[in-house]
Write a protein that binds this ligand. Structure first.
Ligand code: HAM
Length: 413
């Protein structure tokens, strides 16, 4: 029987490791520059955490979660996103009592049972950040600037930033009622999914990708014209801080996003290099969520970015990442030299020098070929004569230059 990986999951193969490492390194460096510290939460949580925060009626919770009962009959779910778990930890560990503003980031796998297609996986990876404790619109913009900084460092150019305000407790309920009334008037023209959403989640109808929905809702009132003063001021400050950083953006009054926890700012970063799954990153503010999950009222804002999608864009751009080859390749001619090479390699590695030796008892020629393949910086060939004389010739593979070296110097340093 041959086993295959589960549909919608993939391996990171060794050849892909340099690209993943480059992305992860860049994320960590950028997060360090913005002074965010890493948090790691478990990949599964109690199911209620996600249904409560993301929203029962969202696609994620109603159709896409990997939920199972464990042997203790507890309902658990593989995390479909990172925000809920970070907030759970923030509340559980009273992180807010130690610092007035908690700034954290994460990198890791997320799980959603979506229909797999290019750029859409069932296990995918995100990097993301959350800032808990401040209502400042500057932080909303920081959450846009963070992934953009990562993209720029990696040489990405073609992306678009879309920003919207989804309002708050004060203005949203009133607007929703108004929207519902308008949507009921065009009900028959809407897609089946959108018809279902009118009652429970009417704002999701606005960012439907279906053409008939877009046509039918072309003239419905938009929340941007019904925001309360506080939300309006916040949205204006977000726009002015984006200008301050010189980040081009588009106000998209129909952007709602597939998670219910947002208040005020919601944003998405898309790439023109991707197909229909073009969202590279998304996020927004969630000023009510900590309280909703049982914590003290704490404003928060964050983003998450898909790593596979980022890697797809990098590949499209022809960006290549290579591993550094070993510093030294020891070519051994016989059994005694192989033993010497094995011991010397071990000693050198303990001093932080990357060394490769042959484990296949290959000919000298084949070992030289292998040294080329792994792009060794230096090669030394050791045989009976070298061991007897105690000196060998160290070849610099780039320049071809050879120098005599005493062998015991390699062992000592
Ligand atoms: P999200 O928009 O659901 O937001 O996901 C963020 C990013 O994860 C997407 O833009 C996309 O790049 C990637 N992604 C999502 N689903 C898949 C999939 N099935 N396959 C591949 N990539 C995918 C969140 O997850 C929120 N937690 C963001 C956030 C943080 N909001 C506030 N803080």
């Amino acid at each position: 029987m041959k086993f295959r990986s589960v549909k919608g999951t993939r391996d990171m193969l060794p050849a892909e490791a340099p690209a993943w490492h480059a992305v992860e390194r860049t994320v960590r460096r950028v997060m360090q520059d913005f002074h965010y510290r890493e948090i790691r939460t478990p990949i599964f949580e109690l199911t209620g955490l996600f249904s409560r925060s993301i929203g029962e009626l969202t696609d994620i919770v109603s159709k896409e979660m990997y939920t199972f009962k464990d042997r203790g009959d507890e309902s658990l779910t593989l995390r479909p996103e990172g925000t809920a778990a970070v907030l759970r930890s923030f509340i559980q560990e009273s992180l807010g009592e130690q610092l007035p503003l908690v700034k954290v980031y994460y990198i890791g796998p997320m799980f959603r049972q979506e229909r797999p297609q290019a750029g859409r996986l069932r296990q995918f990876h995100q990097f993301g950040a959350e800032a808990l404790g401040a209502p400042s619109p500057a932080l909303d913009v920081e959450m846009i600037a963070l992934p953009l900084r990562v993209y720029q460092e990696l040489g990405l150019k073609e992306f678009a930033v879309k920003v919207n305000s989804v309002g708050c407790q004060t203005c949203r309920p009133k607007y929703k009622e108004l929207l519902k009334t308008e949507l009921l008037k065009v009900r028959e023209q809407l897609s089946e999914d959108s018809q279902k959403r009118i009652e429970q989640n009417p704002m999701r109808v606005l960012d439907s990708k279906e053409e008939r929905d877009q046509r039918a809702t072309a003239h419905v009132p938009l929340l941007k014209d019904h925001l309360c003063d506080d939300c309006r001021r916040h949205a204006a400050a977000v726009a002015s801080h984006l200008d301050l950083l010189g980040i081009p953006f588009e106000e998209d009054p129909r952007l709602v996003r597939g998670l219910d926890y947002y208040t005020k700012t919601a944003f998405e970063i898309t790439s023109t290099a991707l197909g229909s799954q073009d969202a590279l990153a998304g996020g927004g503010r969630y000023d009510l969520l900590v309280e909703e999950l049982g914590g003290k009222p704490t404003p928060g804002v964050g983003f998450a970015a898909g790593m596979e999608r980022l890697l797809m864009v990098l590949e499209k751009n022809g960006t290549t990442f290579t591993d550094l080859g070993p510093v030294l390749y020891i070519v051994a001619m016989d059994e005694a030299s192989r033993r010497w090479a094995f011991k010397t390699a071990f000693a050198l590695r303990s001093r932080g020098i990357a060394v490769e030796v042959d484990h296949l008892e290959r000919s000298i020629k084949a070992q030289m070929r292998d040294a080329n393949r792994v792009q060794a910086q230096h090669v030394i060939v050791v045989g009976e004569r070298e061991l007897a004389s105690g000196t060998g010739r160290l070849k610099n593979m780039a320049s071809g230059e050879e120098t005599e070296v005493p062998l015991d110097r390699l062992l000592e340093g």
